[in-house]
Design a protein around this ligand. Structure first.
Ligand code: ARG
Length: 401
């Protein structure tokens, strides 16, 4: 078989790219009837946009006109001011699993018990409550709550079916927006009686984006250090909605988390595993990475060479989704045969050689099912150049457990 040249390869690519671009354009046109309406006349949440189905899967709409978030399969975390009192209560319907409240695939449960934070009052704050569902929503997505102040800053997401403007109607479709953290001191100029120990504020100085009536009880949330959502607030109150210099006020979940967790565990709710706070020095318990950045020359049409990574401190086996990031500098990557070698010598093929792939470099992430391999030990990246002429070297590679 004749090996194609770089020029021939470029021609093949150029033709392929036009075809691919046409295919994408066709797809986009075909898909447009289902896409979001371009510029909706009404603002949303206030100043937001429609959330995609599944984007915030733990969002719950409560029938009294509040929001909530799935804390466990049988508990919804909401605001105290959304419920009347603690006790048996079969009068609330929770709607889960849809952005469109009229979607026939929605999942509903009635409440069986309500716990309203007994310490809550408008003067004390602590605006949280738990609603126990008549039966669990098995497999429901859960939103972990912040257990430290580590995430009480930055940009937050808000979502809800509440009014899209001050005094406006409740929404059929879930709306979302982002709002920046507002410091306690600055928030106090708007709300002198802010309970800064248990309340956290968010919004723009110029207003325009906010939660509003009917969003109460819903979560304010952000990404944690591991890129997972974490709940930092519960929609509580504000002066109007989205007014300049009046941020939204949220129950500060980190300050209330131990009370919430304690009550939830009494009510039999299993909370999701908590998240790790941001850190630059220590590795999280999972997702640990090991990297070798030493360059290793790959001999042209020669014997296989290897680069080692020593892994330690991981108990048990490697994951079924062991990530192998490979960065190889080479002038014809089709020449390269690449394997991952486990500590016991088992070999996993990452990439075959190909006479037609004339592109430069291998910059790729491979996922290997290494669940039968003990994690600790020396892992090797094995690379062989199988064809004369082009050359290169291993630039770096990395394992993520
Ligand atoms: N208390 C309102 C409710 O019951 C929520 C108000 C939030 N207001 C605000 N400006 N962020 O739905």
């Amino acid at each position: 078989m004749k090996r194609i040249t770089k020029l021939q390869k470029a021609l093949v690519l150029a033709v392929g790219t036009v075809a691919a671009a046409a295919a994408v354009a066709g797809q986009a046109l075909a898909a447009s009837p289902d896409a979001q309406p371009p510029t909706d006349m009404s603002p949303q949440v206030v100043g937001g946009t429609r959330a995609a189905q599944g984007e915030f899967p733990w969002m719950v709409r409560l029938s009294m006109g509040c929001g909530g978030a799935m804390y466990s399969e049988s508990l919804v975390l909401t605001a105290a001011h959304c419920v009347n009192s603690t006790g048996n209560n079969t009068g609330i319907t929770a709607t889960y699993g849809v952005v469109d409240l009229q979607d026939s695939s929605r999942v509903t449960r009635t409440s069986k018990y309500v716990y309203r934070n007994p310490g809550y009052s408008t003067s004390a704050g602590g605006d949280w409550a738990l609603i126990q569902l008549s039966s669990p929503i098995t497999g429901a997505a859960l939103l972990p709550i912040a257990t430290s102040t580590a995430y009480d800053s930055g940009t937050f997401s808000i979502a809800g079916w509440g009014a899209a403007s001050e005094g406006g109607a409740q929404q059929r479709y879930l709306l979302k927006a982002q709002v920046p953290f507002v410091s306690d001191s600055s928030c106090k100029s708007a709300y002198p009686s802010l309970k800064s120990a248990v309340e956290i504020c968010a919004g723009y100085t110029q207003g325009g984006t906010d939660t509003c009536q009917g969003d109460s009880g819903g979560p304010m949330f952000r990404r944690d250090n591991a890129n997972n959502w974490v709940q930092v607030g519960i929609v509580s109150y504000g002066q109007g909605c989205a007014r300049p210099n009046y941020p939204g006020v949220y129950a500060e979940v980190s300050a209330l988390s131990s009370a919430i967790a304690a009550k939830a565990s009494e009510l039999g709710g299993t909370p999701p595993t908590t998240t790790t706070p941001p850190t630059t020095t220590t590795n999280p318990p999972s997702g640990r990475t090991f990297e070798n950045t030493n360059d290793v020359q790959i001999p042209d049409a020669g014997a296989a060479i290897t680069s080692d990574i020593a892994v330690s401190g991981i108990s048990g086996n490697a994951p079924a989704t062991l990530k192998v990031d490979v960065n190889i500098v080479h002038t014809y990557r089709g020449d390269l045969l690449i394997d991952l070698v486990a500590p016991d010598g088992s070999t996993y093929r990452l990439k075959n050689s190909s006479t037609s792939d004339s592109a430069d470099n291998v910059v790729a992430t491979y996922t290997v099912n290494a669940s039968t391999e003990v994690a600790n030990g020396t892992w090797k990246l094995k690379v062989q150049d199988t064809y004369r002429q082009d050359t290169g070297y291993i630039n770096s590679w990395k394992l993520t457990f």
